[in-house]
Design a binder for this molecule. Structure first.
Ligand code: AHR
Length: 482
């Protein structure tokens, strides 16, 4: 198969927000306990209780943003249980997942872990069975420089300076009946959101707020109409639960792109209708594939090359939507629907999905540039839509010195001769990074942890047109250096 691509470095589509490749960790299964946190006395090597192999693997992802403590867990979590001397913290029943929560990992541990991995924190407050007052006190604990009770408590617990947490979520999936304290409709959630936002902003007016949205347009209309003056981002979650055949799975990012565009059009129409001046964009703050094997209480699954192609398709799609979806969080980083599998006997496996994040996060420009692709298509049996075999998006660094093209070949059996034409950029060198594995079902396991890996080739630049071979079912990044 042949494919021609034009990457136009002179036309910037929009800024690529650093937060668009975010991660999500929840008190659920072995994500926090056993994954992120093993405690100082564990036999598993750790730094201050943080599991060292996982810490290192997450650092290598350069995660821009990490969402915590849930998820469903957030709707029953009372933050005061997780601060202060660990031995005095209460063990609570976690109603969301039916588990015992020891509270050894709380606000201080989360914010320290974020510091160590170099990520910005994103905290979701309990708008399920919590109160606006409790949420505002959490903001005070984290962000206040004053001498009031919760700011002083933070100092007493060893953190003199405010943490300065900028991004806060008001609740999680409050539209779902499984959620502790769920709302009966969008109007009820809007009223609750206003109360939380009002008290939280009285403590720190500079915070940014994410409110609960969903696939139901009526809910979103009520939320924007009733609370749009108070929040900055509407949260949307997506999981593909359907265990789809390969061709359909790798086409999913196209329908997600359409859904997100539809949500955005609705938000902007309601803002216009009700004269809401506050800008509202989308926080796509949970997304992944979710296989039938991922059952409660652990939600473990082992994903393969096909899921890596789905993941790269989602990241390309998010680049294209950079102006409307500045925030996204992959669900989840460790052990739960995981990027990283960390066992209780101290071994760790990095999934092909992890490799995609590693490639994208380490080769990231700051603006998305116009990219035109002339590729063969196939028809999706599920949606009836045509799906491009080759999907390419591109970014450029802030100093215009590095241009990146992210190309996936969705074809299961055919390689692609890719012809790249660059406009407004004269590269002096080029590296080609790729992941393809031997088949779409290839996985990394404890027995064979490097079956799927990132490969790297230096590309010879002999003419203005650059020819690259894309292997079947492959994710490729071309990094062009000025
Ligand atoms: O990521 C697992 C769960 O999926 C989250 O807790 C919840 O928000 C979603 O339904």
């Amino acid at each position: 198969m042949k494919c021609r691509v034009l990457v136009d470095a002179t036309t910037h589509i929009g800024a690529l927000d650093r937060r668009c490749y975010g991660q999500f960790i929840e008190h659920l299964g072995e994500c926090i306990y056993g994954g992120i946190w093993v405690g100082k006395d564990s036999k598993i090597p750790n730094e201050k209780g943080f599991r060292l192999d996982v810490l290192q693997a997450v650092k290598e992802l350069k995660p821009p943003l990490v969402r915590w403590p849930g998820g469903n867990f957030a709707s029953g979590y009372h933050w005061r249980d997780g601060v202060g001397p660990v031995s005095q913290r209460p063990k609570r029943y976690d109603m969301a997942w039916g588990a015992e929560e020891p509270n050894h990992f709380g606000t201080g541990e989360f914010l320290e872990w974020c510091r160590l991995v170099g990520a910005e924190p994103f905290i979701v407050v309990n708008a399920g069975n919590g109160t606006p007052e409790e949420a505002a006190q959490w903001v005070e604990y984290c962000n206040s420089a004053g001498g009031t009770y919760y700011a002083s408590l933070r100092r007493e617990y060893g953190h003199d300076k405010p943490y300065g947490v900028k991004l806060w979520g008001i609740g999680n999936e409050l539209w779902g009946e499984w959620q502790i304290g769920f709302c009966k409709d969008g109007a009820e959630c809007a009223r609750r959101t206003v109360e939380f936002a009002n008290e939280m902003r009285k403590v720190d007016p500079s915070i940014e707020l994410v409110a609960v949205g969903c696939e139901d347009p009526e809910w979103n209309i009520e939320m924007v109409k009733g609370a749009g003056k108070y929040f900055d981002y509407l949260s949307i979650h997506f999981y593909d639960f359907n265990n789809k055949p390969y061709r359909e799975l790798v086409a999913v990012p196209l329908s997600v792109e359409q859904k997100l565009r539809d949500v955005n059009s609705l938000i902007q129409a309601i803002r216009r209708k009700y004269g809401i001046k506050r800008e509202i964009r989308i926080a796509f703050d949970e997304w992944n594939v979710w296989y039938p094997e991922a059952k409660e209480p652990l939600l473990t699954q082992v994903t393969s090359v096909k899921d890596a192609i789905f993941t790269a398709g989602m990241l390309n799609m998010l680049q294209r939507l950079c102006n409307i979806v500045p925030i996204s969080n992959f669900a989840q980083t460790v052990n739960v629907l995981p990027l990283i599998i960390a066992s209780s006997d101290g071994r760790m496996v990095l999934t092909p999905q992890y490799l995609v994040f590693k490639m994208y996060c380490n080769n990231r420009g700051s603006s998305v540039v116009r990219t035109l692709v002339d590729t063969d298509l196939y028809k999706s049996n599920e949606t009836g839509e045509y799906v491009p075999y080759v999907d390419v998006s591109s970014t450029i660094s802030e100093d215009d010195k590095v241009l990146y093209a992210y190309a996936l070949n969705r074809s299961e059996n055919d390689s692609v001769e890719l012809q790249v034409h660059l406009k407004g950029f004269q590269p002096k060198s080029c590296f080609h990074y790729f992941v393809s594995g031997g088949s779409v079902e290839d996985k990394n396991t404890f027995e064979n942890p490097n079956k799927v890996k990132i490969e790297e080739v230096k590309v010879k630049l002999t003419s203005d047109v650059i020819n690259i071979e894309l292997k079947p079912h492959s994710i490729n990044i071309l990094a062009f250096y000025d």
